[in-house]
Write a protein that binds this ligand. Structure first.
Ligand code: ADP
Ligand code: ZN
Length: 529
């Protein structure tokens, strides 16, 4: 902060009250401010809306010199800087939205030591010209702090990956002794470790806030006729309310938006392939008008702050638990009841697994992708509390929540351990080269042409599953694939083979439970409000 020789250094509380106008710190804010203002490093994991900004803005005003805030989002930079300037703080930003003259003016302010905070895009920070300026500030002891916002952008796996973030590891080398704080709302264990490693913050103090969003009710249903299910969900529970519907592809976004509109829902499409003006117009309507449903790809959402989104629906599986949490987290920011609804089918899982297998990435990348997908399958298939499962994924222990589908209506389940073992052993006995149809014939003891031709009426698993009907076997095979116990060879007509994950079940060390899907998916209809 700009020096003031007359007054003694203000306290964090004083700044909180007199600059920002708040009476108390929230959650871990005070401890974080203390750590960073005292010159220590911090890695902060806090959900969206938790109050991350103050964690570096207050230290910026307490420490001598300028704080450099690295942020990837131009719109967010502008909002933050306007709010700070309004509060009387000397703040500015440098990014591609400024003209050359404007940028030079900001640089002069920085050089003269007149800025408390400077927001900068990572690619700008890394230019030789900017680094020279930072060297000068360092040498004259006017470099207060580095704050790295949206720190998950350094994670190579996530869809927000920014290669320039990786180069931020030069900061501790070039500016040793200058404290750093990295902040993110995205934080499964894997991402945390990646952030710490890639930003050289292994020794930073970690501050992990609760990720629970108690006002969001989670509901995950089996896909039957997804659009109709969605329409029923909107009509019954969210008539004329604002919501977001996520789809995987642009085409599906457009088709779904049009279909909903035909059925009386005020729905608009949003994806990166739409003309810029249309996208902007749709976004503005969503933000300003009441009761608009935005049908979108994941291109929509980051940095969008609409407090009264009453539901987020997924018509396709998100890519990970992390993605699910981020996307559903856009509902209910105002703290009022909101819903996260998703329709999923085992075919979605198979499709995503295939996309990972066929992607360009290396083995490590694919392995991570599979692990993340498996974790998501665990969540959608869970027969226990969804919230507990979700929080557990973020390393947070909790009890059943009473505000998710499984808590409100415990699902009926079937212990399919025995049947699953039979299915796996049938795959093995027939040489791991057949698809589900043929395997089911063998299990049910059908003497089909193919069974007789291959002499599968002589294998030990022939007919051992006659007591289970064809449809149930199909479900079981789909689930074995979805949960990664069987792999599918798409080149060979869907031939199924055993995966390593099948071993515990074959050895009798694991159980296999299936959710019983009622003939007609019953709808949970119990609103507390
Ligand atoms: P995040 O970056 O974690 O999403 P923000 O820093 O934007 O969150 O803060 C979210 C909202 O909470 C803002 O409106 C902010 O002014 C408010 N806020 C943050 N800290 C406090 C506090 N200690 N007391 C009251 N309001 C706060
Ligand atoms: Zn629950």
């Amino acid at each position: 902060a700009a020096m003031n020789a007359v007054h003694p250094a203000p306290s964090a509380r004083h700044v909180l009250e007199h600059v920002f106008g708040y009476t108390a710190f929230r959650g871990e804010q005070e401890a974080i401010v203390e750590q960073v203002a005292g010159g220590g490093d911090a890695l902060v994991l806090m959900p969206t809306g938790g109050g991350k900004s103050l964690c570096y803005q207050i230290p910026a005003l307490l420490r001598e010199g300028t704080t450099i805030v690295v942020s990837p989002l131009i719109a967010l930079m502008q909002d933050q800087v306007s709010a700070l300037v309004e509060a009387g703080v000397a703040a500015a930003f440098l990014n591609s939205s400024l003209s050359l003259d404007e940028a030079r003016a900001v640089e002069r302010e920085l050089f003269a030591g007149r800025l408390d905070l400077l927001y900068v895009a990572p690619e700008r920070l890394l230019t030789p010209r900017f680094l020279d300026t930072l060297d000068e500030l360092r040498d004259t002891r006017r470099l207060a702090l580095f704050a790295i916002d949206e720190a998950h952008c350094v994670s190579q796996w996530g869809h927000d990956f920014r290669p320039e973030y990786l180069q931020l590891s030069i900061l501790p080398e070039r500016y040793p002794g200058i404290p750093r704080i990295a902040l993110t709302a995205t934080a499964d264990q894997l991402t945390r470790e990646e952030i710490a490693r890639n930003l050289r913050l292994e020794n930073a103090r970690r501050f992990v806030s609760s990720f629970d969003r108690p006002n969001i009710r989670y509901r995950i249903v089996d896909k039957a006729d997804p659009r109709r299910q969605l329409l029923a969900f909107i009509r019954e529970d969210h008539q004329d309310e604002a919501g977001i519907v996520y789809c995987l592809s642009r085409r599906k976004v457009e088709e779904t938006a049009a279909w909903l509109a035909e059925h009386g829902v005020e729905a608009l499409p949003y994806h990166a392939g739409l003309p810029v003006e249309e996208r902007a117009a749709n976004q503005t309507r969503f933000l300003r008008e009441d009761g608009i449903v935005m049908v979108a790809t994941i291109a929509f959402g980051m940095g969008i702050d609409k407090p009264d989104v009453r539901f987020v629906a997924h018509l396709d599986l998100p890519r990970s638990v992390e993605g699910y949490y981020q996307e559903t987290g856009r509902a209910g920011r105002d703290g009022l009841p909101a819903e996260a609804w998703m329709a999923w089918g085992a075919a979605d899982v198979v499709q995503q697994r295939r996309m990972i297998d066929e992607s360009e990435g290396g083995e490590d990348f694919k392995r991570l992708g599979r692990a993340r997908l498996d974790a998501l399958v665990g969540l959608v298939e869970s027969t226990g509390c969804r919230r507990q499962h979700l929080l557990d994924y973020f390393g947070e222990a909790s009890g059943p929540c009473g505000n998710c589908d499984n808590c409100l209506e415990p699902p009926r389940t079937w212990d399919a351990t025995d049947a699953a073992r039979k299915a796996l052993s049938c795959v093995f006995r027939t040489g791991q080269r057949y698809g589900a149809g043929h395997l089911i014939d063998v299990l049910r003891g059908e003497r089909s042409e193919k069974v007789l031709e291959r002499r599968h009426d002589a294998v030990s698993t022939f007919g051992i599953g006659a007591d289970v009907d064809d449809k149930t076997w199909r479900t079981l095979f789909r689930q074995l694939v979805a949960r990664g116990l069987l792999t599918v060879d798409h080149e060979r007509y869907g031939a199924l083979a055993l995966a390593d994950a099948a071993r515990p079940l074959l050895r009798g060390e694991a159980e296999f439970t299936l959710r019983l899907v009622p003939e007609k998916q019953r709808r949970t209809k119990r609103r507390t409000t």
